[in-house]
Structures are given as C-alpha cells and as structure tokens.
Ligand binder design. Sequence first.
Ligand code: NAI
Ligand code: MG
Length: 354
Amino acid sequence: MSRTYVIDTIPGDGIGVEVTDVVTRCVDDLAAAHGFTVRWRPRDWNSAHYLRTGRMMPADGIDQLRDGDAVFLGAVGTPEVPDDVTLWGLLIPIRREFDQYVNLRPMRLLPGVAGSQPGLEDLDVVVVRENVEGEYSQIGGRFGTGTDAEFAVQEAVFTRAGISRVARYAAAQALGRGGTLVSATKSNGIVHTMPFWDEVVADVTRDVPGLQVEKVLIDALAARLVVRPTSVRTIVASNLFGDILSDLVAGIAGSIGIAPSANLNPERRFPSMFEPVHGSAPDIAGQGIANPVGALWAAAMMLDHLGEQAAAKALTQAFESTLAAGTATPDLGGTASTEEFTAAVRARTTGADS
Ligand code: NAI
Ligand code: MG
C-alpha cells in the first residue's frame, strides 16, 4: 500500500513561485524513487489574489488547509502591497491558527560554499524561534496622525505557557547538539517582557540534566555570531530576535538563499508549514537565478517531518553534492541558473544524466 501525503503549496509572489516549482518537481522524483505519492494542492494565495479580492487568502483559507499533511510556502510580498498586509493576511494567521509555535531554522556551512569568512567548517547553528507571540502583535495603534504629536504604540505579548513550550523544545534540541543552549535576551533595555523571558527560560531549563544555558544580550550575541560563529550551537529566541538572528547566521554561511525554516506544531494537532527563510526577492524575481537551496532544504525538513527520512536524506545529499561539485547560483558566487541547479539536483536524485 503506497503512502500518500496531501501537501498544500502556497507559491506566493516573486521567487517564491520559482523555488516552489523546483520543490514540487524534486519531491515528485523522490516520491517515485521512495515509494510514496504526494497529492499537491496548489493555492494561488498571493498579492495578486489580494489585489483582486481584497484578501490574501479566502475567508475559509485556514479550514481548507486543516486536513492536509503539511503546507509548503514559497514567499509572499510585492512592492504593490504593504508588507504588513501580505504577512498578516496569510503567513502569520497560518502560524497562529495551526499553533506552529516553534520556528526551527538550522544552518550549516554547506559543501562547496565559501561562507562569509574563513574557519566556518564547523558552523552548525540551530535557531529555535518562538513563532506565535512576542513582538509580533496587533495590539497598539497610530495616534494623532498628521499632527506634530503623532505617535505609535506597539505592544509585545509574552506568556509563561508560550515561553515555556518553546524553551522546552529548544532544550531538547540543545541536548542532542552538545548540551549548551544560548538564550537571546535584552533584559537590560526591555524591562518587562525580557526579564520575564529570562525567568521562564531559567525555570524550564534549570533541572534538565546535562544542559547548560547561557543568557546572552541580543546585541552582544549578534557581534559574537559574526566574530565567533562556531561558538554558538543552539539558540532560543523570541519571535523578532529569532527572525533577525536566522538571517544573520544565513548571511554568515554564505547567502540568505540557502536558509530553511520549519513552522512546527510539535504535537501534530495541525499541519506544520515549511518554507525558505528568504522573501520574494523582487530585485531578482523573473530572472531565473533564485537559489532554490533554502526551499529544497525546507522540503527535506518537511519529508523528515512526514516520516520519509530516506527521501529527506537523499534530497539533502543531492543539493549538497551539487554545491560540492561547484554548481551554484549567483548569490553564492556561481553562474548556474535556477533551472541548471535544479537539473543537477534531479540528476542526483533520479540517477539520470543531467
Ligand atoms: P528577501 O529575502 O526577499 O531578499 C533579500 C535579498 O536577498 C535580496 O537582494 C534578494 O535578491 C536576495 N535573495 C533572497 N532570497 C534569495 C534566493 N533564494 N536566491 C538568491 N538571492 C536571494 O528580503 P526583502 O528584500 O527584505 O523582502 C522582499 C519581500 O519579501 C518583502 O515584500 C518582504 O515583506 C517579503 N518577505 C516575505 C517573507 C515570507 O514570505 N516568508 C520573508 C521575508 C520577506
Ligand atoms: Mg525573516
């Protein structure tokens, strides 16, 4: 009996569409080779959908995704629509409605990739980002618009339950990765939420045998990641801090284009969502030069989550050995187009000549 997975794809905008196309083709190859089937459910929920209907996704969009096994998202965003509309109309509701409270963002120095500096061979960082609360909140407002006294208020929301569960998840990750967990904080400048973050992280991790927790102020952590990136293995961070740190680590490892992201509901009560970290990159969209590695790595995380470990490994090995052989897109200093890179990956997963 063949295993079948229902996966909703939301290609989105710009290069999101380009890299999602690469993912579906590569995963279909792997499915054929590894004895499973994927039933893709493509969704045209993007900025054009918003301009046409006034909504990024239909009113019952979340319900349409609910019975799927996973969601794969390319990226959303276009200069014609404000970025808060695209993000809050699609991505953030999916993360919240499906309680995808862990955003897992691994990064390593990939074979054949120079990275930003020498000495990165041991780079291996996982950012565990809190994904449903924190600084990203709709509480607040703009006041006195058009007057000299105009101001804006933005409230952050941190809950004991929310911090505890992401800290617990991060602690488990850290235990399998050397035993040290770095907690990103800013409890000197942000006087309510960040001391609370520190306290709850400490409460949850205090009695975990074999775990060391290092509390590091986010500004110093940013500098340390640039200067000594291999001194950090596992990071737990709030929504905003984790967002920024994962781009920083990807940049150190060579390109934002290689970074993957898994929005996980660890209890599996809802579908989890997989996506590259990068956005829609309007500056290179349509040129056929987007790096599909971030999306492919995210797809490998999705296959792993679905229980298809062999296929996940084969996909990872395929993009790694393609890079190792010197085939790379321009963001990594190469000359390959998205299509050339993809052909090289597919040749490795299907055994065909490229
Ligand atoms: P971005 O990640 O789209 O691009 C930043 C820079 O990295 C650009 O120079 C771009 O060309 C390059 N880049 C990104 N991914 C690449 C890839 N795969 N291959 C080669 N080069 C790549 O971030 P930016 O410019 O801040 O945002 C563009 C739009 O994307 C905005 O509308 C933003 O809101 C949206 N966005 C959406 C996200 C999502 O849907 N998850 C995440 C981040 C941004
Ligand atoms: Mg980001």
